[in-house]
Design a protein around this ligand. Structure first.
Ligand code: SAH
Length: 233
């Protein structure tokens, strides 16, 4: 196992992997937010014809949707089971994606500068050294390329919403899905991003209304947020 991976985290996602494409399962939030993040990425970096890598792709919800937009997509993850589910789904849907069991750092050593677009969504809060993943993401991008992250902010409100609300009250997620200590503030992520030689272009919040069960992009980055970056030419 790669040094920058938590075996318990990988195991957690592997155990749930067979339910990845069930939109009523634990992965419902990822299904629900996918159209929003996909359109946000596609507006900033039109995906048709682009070479894209999705780091921590899981069962491939985002990877496959980017391939549907006409991108050539590689999805990488360290959960073998999640990748098997992703592969099967891609075969069934007829939307080709190249899935690989490989660490981001290793992939960066093999295919540095190979991608127009790099995505890494809802994954940084599950790894021991998020800065290392950000550096790998930066190395994978071509000069002039785009890098997109999303993660959970760390403050009392995000604890209340992402842990207590989602895991205990609404029971949208299994208990123990998120470890508050690993949440990352936008300032911390910006620091990782700049140290990796990337430029921050945009920061957006992801809002959730538990009554309507609808998500929206807004300026409130206090819980879940997305960051768009570029690798300078
Ligand atoms: N990015 C996907 C899945 C998010 S779930 C989406 O947003 O739809 C988090 C994923 O990160 C899981 O698939 C888990 O296996 C993966 N993961 C956790 N630690 C990892 C690591 N160190 N390297 C690669 N993938 C990792």
């Amino acid at each position: 196992m790669n040094a920058n991976a938590d075996p318990l985290e990988i195991q957690k996602f592997s155990e749930l992997a067979h339910r990845w494409w069930d939109p009523t399962s634990e992965f419902r939030p990822l299904h629900d937010i996918n159209p929003l993040r996909l359109e946000w990425i596609n507006a900033r970096a039109p995906l048709a014809g682009k070479n894209v890598i999705d780091i921590g792709c899981g069962g491939g919800i985002l990877s496959e949707s980017m391939a549907r937009k006409g991108a050539t997509v590689t999805g990488i993850d360290l959960s073998k089971k999640a990748l098997r589910v992703a592969d099967l789904h891609s075969l069934e849907s007829g939307v080709p994606v190249r899935y690989k069991l490989i660490a981001a750092e290793e992939m960066a050593a093999q295919e540095a500068g190979g991608f127009d677009v790099v995505t890494c969504m809802e994954m940084l809060e599950h790894v021991p050294d998020p800065g290392g993943i950000v550096r790998a993401a930066a190395a994978l991008a071509k000069p002039g390329g785009h890098v997109f992250f999303s993660t959970l902010n760390r403050n009392p409100k995000s604890y209340l919403h992402a842990v207590i609300g989602a895991e205990y009250v609404l029971r949208m997620l299994p208990r123990g899905t998120h470890d508050y200590d690993k949440f990352i503030t936008p300032a911390e992520l910006s620091q990782y991003v700049r140290s990796a030689g990337l430029q921050v272009e945009s920061l957006r919040g992801l809002g959730y209304n538990p009554l309507t069960r609808l998500y929206s992009l807004n300026n409130d980055t206090s819980v879940n947020y997305l960051m768009a970056c570029t690798r300078p030419l």
